[in-house]
Design a protein around this ligand. Structure first.
Ligand code: PEP
Ligand code: MG
Length: 611
């Protein structure tokens, strides 16, 4: 049985009712097509049939072979992770092995095959359902979490039995809109890009990493829809508008025609903008640099046609998210060198800013489960690297080797203390030393900067500025940590306020400290691709905005209409209100300012999704 059946309305069932649902506009663009309902294990269509008595023993044999193959796969994964210093991944896999060997599980499945003549797949599903129900009742949250282990084991065994590959997405053969409860970045990277028209999820927020990936890949997306998975079934037709956040299930003729008209007029407007055909007050270049956020795997060919003036953020962790094992030094060097060569072609002053591995939070390697109660406050990012020195050393060597191929800089994420910055710089010096000893060339003067995304870094920016060559403000995390609102949780998205006066104050403090130390500041969070916030950052003195490349042409069009002096006056007004204005009031004031400079902004709104 193939999972492509996931796009067919099951026989005998009517298509779902027409309904429009509103979620968080995440990645702009229009997508319309059949639903591919992705729901982790249940994405597997489990056949259920009664076996003749004569087939029972061979079915038990089939189950045992699947058990052995599942064990082999997990042992192979464990071997890859055994050097993991936390031992976390290895622990999880060890739990999976224990479950597989649990005589209660094995005998329950065999009993169903023998006594109820059930096929192996159905016997596994029924047995794991029982275990899930049992774990769900447990008070202890750790034990409740064991449901996930059961899910994983079940999924692995069913995939072996159904011979359907490692990923549910392998089975998509024609263009679809993916509808899911939630998607992780490692699921999103396994998308067959050319067949995914868009995605809609129950959970998630505009700055969850799967959302950022959608923007970088140009996939229209709406997240935080609440219960979209229960409103659609496989094969329904959906329309998704990534800039308004509206998803319509089984639209009528009229709604389809309106949708098509909007999609077409967006295409036309984009073509006009790209041709420079939307009026702006003056046609001078904006007074901020506009750079691209990229990750390994994207094509660099389009960067210059989008007008990127450099690569302001290279999210290196995507080299880890796509596979099961750490990339080695040669693989990393090859990937980074490609980006350094691409940066060299982007004109004067262009460079690629390599951000070192930012794993953790919602960015986990495939098969990796970190048991932390608050992963966004846990051992993520620079903390992970400083506790995995070998991984850090290899990555720094690879970045340095790439710096010989084109203008490069290295950047540390999540820096919270001066000690971390010093430790990271010491690691960089040691990687340089080892390359010198090996006679391998690199840029001896490579700039080293840090992200300002933890409030402590913004508050103490003057100290950090003395030991950094540049700052890049990661508003995605800075907002999350300032407002104590999980960036990936749609239930607190109302608190996720980049224009909150507290955030504005932290950006201002960072820029002032940098100015005093004579170093530049960029913003590379999603707020950079919202021109309403972009003018505010520009007015506060930010020199570079870095965003998904396709957002650059419309942003450029807006910022060209704004002089540096006007932006500064706006920022001073906003700072003058201090804490007495709400985020919504500040945002409205900036929006009015943009509209006064470029009346077409209203018409262009569909290009932007609030950051
Ligand atoms: C940020 O936090 O703003 C940022 C750019 O980093 P990421 O979104 O990858 O965490
Ligand atoms: Mg961040």
């Amino acid at each position: 049985m193939s999972e492509s059946a996931n796009t067919d309305v099951p026989p005998g069932r009517a298509a779902s009712a027409t309904v429009s649902v509103s979620g968080l506009a995440t990645s702009r663009g229009f997508a319309a097509g059949p639903v591919f309902l992705y729901s982790k294990n249940s994405a597997l269509t489990v056949p259920e049939y009664v076996l003749p008595e004569s087939d029972v023993e061979s079915e038990v044999g089939r189950f045992r072979s699947a058990l052995a193959e599942t064990r082999r796969q997990i042992e192979e994964l464990s071997a890859k992770f055994k050097s993991d210093a936390d031992g976390i991944t290895a622990d999880v896999l060890a739990n999976h092995l224990l479950l597989l060997d649990d005589p209660m599980v094995v005998s329950a499945v065999e009993r169903r095959i023998r006594d109820e003549h059930m096929n192996a797949e159905a016997a596994i599903r029924r047995t794991t359902d029982d275990f899930r129900a049992m774990f769900a009742k447990m008070k202890d949250s750790y034990l409740r979490e064991r449901q996930r282990d059961v899910d994983d084991i079940e999924s692995r065994m069913l995939r072996v039995l159904l011979d359907c590959g490692e990923s549910a997405f392998d089975h998509i053969t024609s263009p679809v809109v993916v509808v899911a409860d939630d998607l992780t970045p490692s699921e999103t990277v396994t998308f067959p890009r050319e067949l995914i028209l868009g995605f809609a999820t129950n959970r998630g927020s505009t700055t969850s990493h799967a959302a950022l990936l959608a923007r970088a890949l140009g996939i229209p997306a709406v997240v935080g829809l609440g219960d979209i998975t229960s409103r659609v079934q496989a094969g329904d037709y959906v329309q998704l508008d990534g800039s308004t956040g509206i998803v319509t299930v089984n639209p009528d003729e009229q709604s389809r025609a309106t949708f098509d008209r909007h999609a077409k007029s967006e295409q036309e407007l984009l073509a006009r903008i790209e041709k420079g055909d939307v009026s702006a007050k003056d046609a001078a270049s904006p007074s901020v640099r506009l750079c691209a956020n990229v990750q390994p795997g994207v094509s660099f060919a389009d960067l210059s046609s989008y007008g990127a003036q450099g690569i302001g953020l290279y999210r290196s962790e995507y080299l880890w998210l796509g596979g099961d094992a750490d990339p080695n030094e040669e693989e990393q060097t090859a990937a980074y060198s490609e980006a350094a060569k691409a940066a060299a072609k982007l004109g004067a002053g262009a460079r690629v800013v390599f951000r070192v591995l930012d794993l953790g939070g919602d960015k986990l390697q495939r098969g990796q489960r970190i048991h932390e109660l608050n992963p966004f406050l846990g051992n993520r990012s620079i903390r992970y690297l400083l506790s995995h020195r070998e991984v850090f050393h290899v990555q720094l060597r690879a970045i340095l080797r790439a710096s010989a191929c084109g203008p490069s800089a290295v950047m540390y994420p999540m820096i919270a203390t001066l000690e971390e910055l010093r430790e990271a710089n010491a690691e960089l010096s040691s990687a340089m030393e080892s390359l010198r000893a090996d006679g391998i060339p690199f840029d001896e003067k490579i700039p080293r900067g840090m992200m300002v995304e933890v409030p402590s870094a913004a508050l103490n920016a003057d100290a950090f500025a003395k030991e950094s060559d540049f700052f890049s403000i990661g508003t995605n995390d800075l907002v999350q940590y300032t407002m104590a609102a999980d960036r990936a949780n749609e239930r607190v998205s109302y608190l996720y306020q980049p224009a909150n006066p507290a955030v504005v104050k932290l950006v201002d403090m960072t820029v002032r400290a940098a100015r005093a130390a004579g170093i530049p500041v960029a913003v590379c969070g999603e707020s950079a691709s919202d021109p309403v916030l972009g003018v505010l950052w520009m007015g506060l003195g930010v020199a570079e905005l870095s965003m998904s490349a396709s957002y650059i042409p419309p942003i450029k069009k807006v910022l060209q209409a704004v002089s540096a002096d006007d932006a500064r006056a706006l920022a001073e007004r906003v700072l003058g209100y201090g804490p007495f204005q709400s985020a919504a009031e500040i945002y409205m004031e900036c929006r009015k300012f943009v509209l006064s400079k470029i009346p077409e902004f209203e018409e262009m709104q569909s290009f932007f999704t609030a950051g």
